[in-house]
Design a protein around this ligand. Sequence first.
Ligand code: AMP
Length: 191
Amino acid sequence: MFNLILFGPPGSGKGTQSEKLIEKYGLKHLSTGDLLRSEIANQTALGLEAKKIMDKGHLVPDEVVIGMISSAMEQHPNAKGFLFDGFPRTASQAEALDKLLALNNEEIAVMLALEVGEEELVKRLMKRGETSGRSDDTNESVIRARIVEYLQKTTAVADYYHTFDKVKLIKGEGTIDEIFSALCKEIDEKL
Ligand code: AMP
């Protein structure tokens, strides 16, 4: 299996690049944001609780997203590999993911971290809010709260994978194709 984490702040292009990467490498895309939005669309109890938190720009509790990822992984026992997008977002999530993978003698091959400046992120997310239908993309204070959550809690995930020498930094500004090529180059080196 080839398992990779696409890492970066909200608006750094993880969703766009994930679509291209799963097509090229045949990986299964696991996005906790997408899984949560599908719970919201289905109006499940979990979705209704999660929506209140997401609309404030805060993180959903670790046990909720870890449970979702664990069952999504179980549903795809024959996957060639997983591309984790928007997960892990805390050090505890990272540890839980490593344990889940280790159950099957698997591990994360690489974390690709997209780097984009804060003002560019806000600009991109406000623009995405015009068409995404996402309530957390339309309000600048919610967008800034999401970036603060990222800086306070999620950068610890990169520190965690740094200790295993698994982090590759990628410039997340430029054209979609330029960024995609930079990501592919790193992946091809690990394959
Ligand atoms: P995203 O689509 O990845 O930008 O996620 C949208 C929102 O879903 C985030 O602002 C969080 O409220 C929630 N969320 C998504 N993934 C996670 C995660 N791994 N841990 C906690 N909350 C998450």
